[in-house]
Each structure stands twice: as structure tokens, then as C-alpha cells.
Design a protein around this ligand. Structure first.
Ligand SMILES: Cc1cc2nc3c(=O)[nH]c(=O)nc-3n(C[C@H](O)[C@H](O)[C@H](O)COP(=O)(O)OP(=O)(O)OC[C@H]3O[C@@H](n4cnc5c(N)ncnc54)[C@H](O)[C@@H]3O)c2cc1C
Length: 435
């Protein structure tokens, strides 16, 4: 590869804050609101022109899985449209509610801005470098929270990581979500999981999809919205994509978009209620499920989730979902079938150590990029759990600012005491007593 040596440049410092959150998805948004609420001067930097991440830009259907207590409930209180189905997302409502909440909490917000590098003092992050229409800028902070989904900041800072599945590095497929209107929702069949299928006049619905929708798409996942006649489709599929490669993302954009007309024709022909359907919207971005797994002070494992483990140093409690690994080669579930056979009804906790990256100080992980194995990640990656991880990261960051900007030095009991006051059910006595 050839290289171009850039000349050294002076970069203007655009802001100096206590807590800087990168990424405004469910995790980063929650971290920013809660850091500010906990008294820190907080700034959120987001690449897109809106906040919400996959929940809004990704045109997501619904909040899946559960947590009880904590900030996720507050997001639902503020943004749900249908009291009977609070988890269904109307991205247009959510986008603005999130902006209002950031505004109410005095979080400084910068949209349309990509973080491209970190500023380090020794092994401590002290800021980030951004690129945007405003040019190249520096933002300085006592504590940085990485809510970028892919962990762009942790990677630049030198936190060790691997990508994808432990044995071969393969990552979950990517998808462009889209919505169709003109559906007769009274008659519509809505398979909400890979295992849900229906007998339709042409045969078994999921089998027909594999036959008639171009590979590697070929499953039917359809979700009700709050709007009349509108259904969200989670049906495009592109495999062997590394979501941290712009080249791969560009390829996936073409693959997924080329599947949409075929999927719509399939829905019209084979799925009752969809005879007159047509596309009204698609996500602005390819939705990426999985990329980097960082080494944290603790790495959450599938055994922790299967045993519904209660950690003394919990910062997220009552998390529940199944293992959700989509096939890495085509439509449907991965070959382990772990989703189908998920045996645990009880919830688990996430310890503070999963948010603390190895080797780097002044940095917290939040959202799908916390430290966890491929299989554990397939569970905690859902948005309710990511939102409550963000809440914990925001509280911890604000507390760390009062303790020399070093989250690792923080007594987890202090974090737990604040979280309990905010409605997070503690489950366990704190490892050390807060004061
Ligand atoms: C296709 C698909 C379907 C899914 N279905 C569901 C579902 O039905 N229910 C559910 O609960 N979960 C679902 N998930 C999982 C869930 O959406 C994500 O795992 C979750 O949104 C992760 O939250 P996050 O805040 O960590 O990251 P994200 O939501 O990905 O947000 C990260 C944010 O960071 C920004 N960002 C990234 N890099 C930078 C940078 N360098 N500088 C500045 N900003 C940056 C991005 O623009 C984005 O806004 C789905 C995921 C996918 C991909």
C-alpha cells in the first residue's frame, strides 16, 4: 500500500468538557443524559444528523428483550405511542424526544460530526479529534465514553480486541431495515422470529422465502408499527461484511438495496394482507449487528447469561433476552440454534468490569461494544440493555470526574447507590458500602 505523509497541523480545541460521549445510539444517548444529570458538564458527538443510532437512523421496529427499572423505562415513557405496545418504536417521535431530553439536561450536542481519532496523555484518553463540515477539531474531556457501537474510540486508544466469532472472526450479517405501507393489518401474517412460520396458499412461508428471495436474504421477519397499514421489514441480509470497513459497508448497501424489490414482490405474492404493499422508507444506513469485542476488566460470557449470574459489582440488572445470532452464511439462525433453545427465564446482571477497557484509562465502554464474547454479545446487544448500560456509564463517568477522571479507581458502590436512587433494582448488596 502507498502512503501520503500529511503535514502536521494545529487543530482548534472546540470544547472542553467533563464527560464526552461519542455516538448517540441508545447507549450513548443514555450515557449523555445520565452523566449530565449526575452533575458533569457533558457533550455528545454524533456522526449522523440525528440521535438514536439504530433505534432511529436504523429504522428499528421495536425495543427487544427487557430490563426492569432504570433509564430505558424513561425512554419508553417519553416516546411510546401505543400504551398496549410500548416497545414499538415510531422513529420520528423518538428522534425528537431524544433531542428534547438532551436539551432539557443541558447536554451539549454536536451532530454531523465524526470522531476520527483520540487524544492520549500516556495511556489516558483526554479528548478526541473530529472531522465535519466545520473542519478538523479537538474536543477535550476528563472522561470519554465510547458509545459508537463499533468501539471506534477504544480501538484508536489501543484497547485490545478481536472481531466476531472467537474461532473464525466471522461477524453477524448486516441488514437495511425498511417499511412498507398499504398492508391490510387485520389479515397480515407477521412472523416475528425465524422459528415463526405459517401455512400460506403457496406452502410454508419461511420455506417459500428461501426459494424466492435472493440469497443470502430469504427469511420473513415482519413487525407491526403504530401507523395504520405500515409494517417494518427486517428481511434484507448481507453476509461476510466487516462493519468497520467502509468498503464492506458500501458493498452491503448495494446487496441489501438490491434485495428490497424482490422482497416486496414476494410479500405481495405470498403473504396474506401484503397484496397491495409498497415501500415507504428505508434506513439511512446499513444496520451492523456485530464487530469488535474488547477485552475489559471482565468479559461477559454465555455461561454468565445462561446461569443468570448476579455479580456483586453489577451496574445493569434484570437484563433478559435470548442468544440472537443470525446465520453467518444465509437466512435464518446460526448453526448452533442457540436462540431456539434458550433455556433461561431468569435475568442476569452486567458487572462494571465489562465497561472498563483493559490498558486504557479515562475511557468507558457503553452499548454493544462493552466487553463480552460473541455469544454473550448476541444477547446484550439489544437496545433496552444497551440503554441501561449507557445509564451506568454516564453515572460512572460523572462520578469519576470527581475522582481524578479515572473510572477504574471508582468504588462501584458509589455507582450502585446512584443507580438505585434512579430506580435500578439492586438485587444484591453492594460490594462495598457507598457513602
Ligand atoms: C438490523 C438490526 C436489527 C436489530 N433489531 C433489533 C430489535 O428489533 N430490537 C432491539 O432492541 N435491538 C435490535 N438490534 C440491536 C440494536 O439495534 C443495537 O445493538 C443497538 O442499537 C446498539 O446500541 P448502541 O448505542 O451501542 O449502538 P448504535 O445504536 O449502533 O449507535 C451508535 C451510534 O454511534 C454513532 N457513531 C459511530 N461511530 C461514530 C464515530 N466515529 N463518531 C461519531 N459517531 C459515531 C452512530 O452514528 C450511531 O448513532 C438490531 C440491530 C440490527 C443491526
Amino acid at each position: 500500500m502507498k502512503f501520503y505523509q500529511e503535514p502536521a497541523k494545529k487543530t482548534p480545541i472546540a470544547a472542553e468538557v467533563d464527560v464526552l460521549v461519542v455516538g448517540g445510539g441508545p447507549a450513548g444517548f443514555s450515557a449523555a443524559v445520565n452523566a449530565s444529570r449526575s452533575g458533569a458538564k457533558t457533550m455528545l458527538i454524533e456522526l449522523a444528523g440525528q440521535v438514536g443510532g439504530m433505534a432511529t437512523t436504523g429504522l428499528m421496529s421495536h425495543w427487544t428483550g427487557s430490563t426492569q427499572g432504570g433509564f430505558y423505562e424513561e425512554i419508553l415513557d417519553r416516546s411510546h405511542e401505543d400504551p398496549k405496545h410500548r416497545q414499538i418504536i415510531n422513529p420520528e417521535i423518538l428522534k425528537f424526544e431524544m433531542l428534547k431530553m438532551l436539551n432539557e439536561e443541558n447536554v451539549e450536542l454536536r451532530l454531523y460530526t465524526m470522531v476520527v481519532d483520540v487524544i492520549m496523555e500516556g495511556n489516558k484518553t483526554v479528548g478526541v479529534i473530529t472531522e465535519s463540515k466545520s473542519g478538523r477539531e479537538a474536543f477535550m474531556a476528563e472522561v470519554v465514553i465510547d458509545g459508537s457501537g463499533d468501539g471506534d474510540i477504544a480501538a484508536k486508544a489501543g484497547v485490545p480486541y478481536y472481531k466476531g466469532r472467537e474461532d473464525d472472526g466471522k461477524m453477524q450479517p448486516v441488514t437495511i431495515m425498511f417499511k412498507v405501507a398499504g398492508v391490510d393489518t387485520e389479515r397480515a401474517l407477521l412472523p416475528g422470529s425465524f422459528e415463526t412460520t405459517f401455512d400460506v396458499p403457496g406452502g410454508d412461508l419461511q420455506t417459500l422465502a428461501k426459494e424466492h428471495i435472493p440469497h443470502p436474504a430469504g427469511h420473513v421477519l415482519l413487525y407491526r408499527t403504530t401507523l395504520p397499514g405500515v409494517i417494518t421489514c427486517n428481511m434484507t441480509n448481507s453476509v461476510d461484511i466487516d462493519g468497520t470497513s467502509a468498503e464492506d459497508l458500501t458493498k452491503a448497501e448495494y446487496v441489501c438495496r438490491s434485495q428490497i424489490p424482490h422482497i416486496v414482490s414476494f410479500l405481495r405474492k405470498y403473504v396474506p394482507g401484503f397484496e397491495e404493499c409498497y415501500v415507504i422508507a428505508s434506513a439511512a444506513n446499513v444496520g451492523v449487528r456485530e464487530t469488535r469485542h474488547f477485552h475489559g476488566e471482565y468479559m461477559l460470557t454465555e455461561e454468565d447469561i445462561l446461569s443468570a449470574r448476579k455479580f456483586d459489582d453489577w451496574v445493569v440488572t434484570k437484563a433478559h433476552f435470548n442468544f440472537d445470532v443470525h446465520s453467518l452464511t444465509g437466512p435464518g439462525l446460526d448453526e448452533t440454534g442457540m436462540q431456539k433453545e434458550f433455556p433461561q427465564d431468569n435475568s442476569y446482571t452486567i458487572p462494571y468490569g465489562c465497561l472498563l477497557p483493559q490498558k486504557v484509562e479515562g475511557l468507558l465502554l457503553a452499548g454493544r461494544n462493552i466487553s463480552g464474547t460473541h455469544m454473550a454479545h448476541s444477547n446484550f446487544r439489544v437496545m433496552p440493555i444497551c440503554a441501561n448500560i449507557g445509564q451506568a456509564a454516564g453515572v460512572a463517568a460523572a462520578l469519576a470526574v470527581k475522582h481524578n477522571g479515572l473510572p477504574r479507581r471508582l468504588d462501584v458502590g458509589h455507582i450502585q447507590a446512584v443507580l438505585k436512587k434512579q430506580g435500578v433494582d439492586g438485587l444484591q448488596p453492594a460490594a462495598s458500602s457507598p457513602n
